[in-house]
Design a protein around this ligand. Structure first.
Ligand SMILES: *Cc1c(COP(=O)(O)O)cnc(C)c1O
Length: 403
């Protein structure tokens, strides 16, 4: 969905409140109603025969959406400076898969960051091969190797920042700028920061992808993804999504739009709580490394504070030595952290991770670390009081040690 008035000049907290709100879609109420529809009726035979333009904002048939989905897409477009429009997909993974299929063709080479989200790696390194597209992982922190990885057929680069689980912060403007120089399309998975924390297109990326399941939904009750891009690429993504029948339900779009309205304040709160927890963890004797680029002095902090205007509640840490049983005792003792995938909801979550199998280049544990320090734990800090979260973690460390 494209166009609409932009809300430049306003701060993010203001923009998320007003973005995508058009009177013709909402009428006298604040939020657009849930337009549940497959069939859109025509006035008469002449109206039907004349067809309707294949443009955003025209009723045609349910697969092209209706005002509820249009309002969400337009809101996301207005939050992403430089975007001409946004496509919605039924999940974040669907967004990534559809974007890659839309921009790549047989014979093309895709560079994919080695610390990408595992399903992204699976699509790139697994499925794209069926279509004669070769994916090559690259180390996002090794600029010389990255430049050397380009060949005449490199058509696109898939970037994620911070890296999945291990949280390395790459230089997004540099990676996107190099892609541009080499004639390749850069795609950023911007789920962690959202456009509020990292304006992807302004940083030089061509397409910004998000899992809306995380921060935009924000309440752990919907699955959705999005891709925002400038003019020609937006048209290309739009065509491909129509070919491949991508559509999201108006009920979920309505929930996502509701989530979006409070996203800025939720991100602010979870960022400050995450910083408090991360700082506390960095002083615990059981912790070897805190992987939180928002924490001053941490790996990645310099580039993070240069490029990002905000963070979120997601970060990781690594236990000092120990075995999987000790880690399981720690996780199972937590009462305020649910054990489960996903993140960005109002409730705190925890999962263990061992990224070795999902890396081709970046070894785990990284060079220079004690090889026994390898057991990762990822936290998604929600909206609870951070003092209670820290008390819960304290109890869990005690349970881990008492065997
Ligand atoms: C969760 C996630 C996705 C996938 O989103 P879904 O909506 O769960 O399909 C993509 N990228 C990142 C970085 C994620 O964390």
């Amino acid at each position: 969905m494209s166009g609409g008035k932009t809300s430049d000049g306003h701060k993010p907290g203001t923009r998320v409140v007003g973005a995508g709100r058009r009177e013709e879609w909402t009428g006298a109420v604040v939020n657009p109603p849930v337009w549940r529809a497959s069939t859109h009726l025509y006035a008469d035979s002449k109206d039907l025969a004349s067809g309707r333009p294949n443009e955003d904002g025209h009723f045609y048939y349910g697969r092209r959406g209706a005002p509820t989905q249009w309002a969400l897409a337009e809101a996301l477009t207005q939050l992403e400076p430089g975007a001409a429009g946004t496509i919605l997909y039924p999940s974040g993974v669907a967004a990534i898969a559809n974007v890659l299929l839309a921009i790549l063709a047989p014979g093309d080479v895709l560079l994919v960051t080695d610390n990408a989200y595992e399903p992204t790696r699976n699509i790139a390194l697994g499925m794209l091969g069926q279509y004669g597209i070769e994916a090559r992982p690259f180390d996002p922190l090794d600029h010389a190797a990255y430049e050397a990885a380009f060949c005449a057929n490199t058509r696109a680069v898939m970037i994620e920042c911070p890296g999945s689980l291990t949280m390395e912060v790459c230089d997004v403007p540099f990676l996107a700028g190099m892609a541009k120089q080499k004639g390749a399309i850069s795609v950023l998975d911007n789920t962690w920061a959202t456009a509020l924390g990292l304006p992807a297109l302004e940083c030089g990326c061509d397409i910004s992808v998000m899992s809306l399941t995380k921060h935009v939904g924000g309440h752990s009750d919907l699955m959705m993804g999005s891709a925002s891009a400038g003019g020609e690429l937006y048209a290309k993504l739009r065509r491909a999504s129509q070919y491949m029948g991508q559509v999201v339900s108006p009920d979920d779009a309505s929930l996502a739009l509701r989530g979006l309205r409070t996203m800025a304040v939720r991100l602010e709160r979870s960022t400050s709580s995450a910083l408090e927890v991360a700082k506390w963890l960095s002083q615990r004797p059981e912790v070897a490394h805190v992987l939180c680029p928002m924490l001053p002095g941490s790996d990645g902090y310099e580039i993070w504070s240069r490029d990002f205007t905000g963070g979120c509640g997601l970060f990781s840490f690594v236990l000092k030595g120990g075995g999987p049983d000790a880690r399981a005792r720690f996780i199972d003792a937590l009462e305020l952290f649910g054990i489960g995938y996903s993140w960005g909801g109002f409730e705190s979550l925890v999962i263990p991770f061992d990224p070795g199998r999902a890396r081709n280049i970046r070894q785990w544990p990284p060079q220079g670390w004690n090889s026994g320090d390898r057991l990762g734990i990822r936290l998604s800090i929600g909206l609870e009081d951070p003092a209670d979260l820290i008390a819960d973690l304290t109890r869990a460390f005690e349970a881990m040690g008492s065997k």
